[in-house]
Design a protein around this ligand. Structure first.
Ligand SMILES: Cc1cc2nc3c(=O)[nH]c(=O)nc-3n(C[C@H](O)[C@H](O)[C@H](O)COP(=O)(O)O)c2cc1C
Length: 172
């Protein structure tokens, strides 16, 4: 059975919950999936990796960037997918459609492409319930309560299913 690592970097847990949902969906498809913080994760013992990060001011979190850079050579030998969690608020869905603004950070994409990445996805995110500092408080203040959690669990599960399909067809 393929063992899959879902590694993530999250500041306020929204991305952690997306990573957990991906791992849970892979398990329902018969795959052995672990969900681990990128800071604690390693590739040894895994046959495929899904790496995700929250995006803050156009950048991935440091631990996800470090994981990609430090494990680049081994990631190049196995199936790799990446995802970001970002857009929130009333216009999150439109922002997701506008690739020019909401692609994963370019350097991350370049590195992941160089490692033979099979796919990447940007998911809508969630505004923190416990914002720290001026910027986070201002984002929270300016996002109506109803639009703070823009995560689309169906889209997240569907993406995990596509990955499970691909891994299953590789195994056959
Ligand atoms: C100060 C600040 C800056 C942000 N910058 C971006 C950004 O550049 N691109 C983006 O897509 N989302 C951005 N976001 C939204 C977060 O990425 C989103 O809320 C994410 O789901 C948070 O994930 P986490 O809870 O795992 O940290 C920003 C949020 C805050 C508070």
């Amino acid at each position: 059975m393929s063992k899959v690592l879902v590694a993530y970097a999250s500041k306020h847990h929204a991305t952690a919950e997306i990573a957990e949902a991906i791992a849970a969906e892979l398990r329902t498809r018969g795959l052995d999936a672990d969900c681990v913080e990128a800071a604690q994760a390693g590739c040894a013992g895994y046959q495929a990796v899904i790496l995700g990060s929250a995006v803050y001011t156009g950048r991935w979190r440091k631990h996800a960037r470090d994981f990609l850079a430090h494990n680049h050579d081994v990631l190049a030998t196995m199936p790799l997918w990446i995802f970001s969690s970002g857009p929130t608020g009333e216009h999150a869905a439109e922002q997701l459609d506008d690739d020019s603004r909401w692609l994963e950070p370019h350097k991350v994409l370049e590195l992941a492409e160089a490692a033979g990445m099979r796919g990447h996805m940007v998911f809508a995110g969630k505004v923190s319930d416990d914002p720290h500092g001026f910027m986070e408080k201002s984002v929270a203040r300016n996002t109506p309560q109803a639009y703070r959690d823009a995560r689309d669990w169906d889209a997240i599960r569907q993406w995990a299913d596509e990955i499970a399909d691909e891994l299953s067809s590789t195994r056959r």
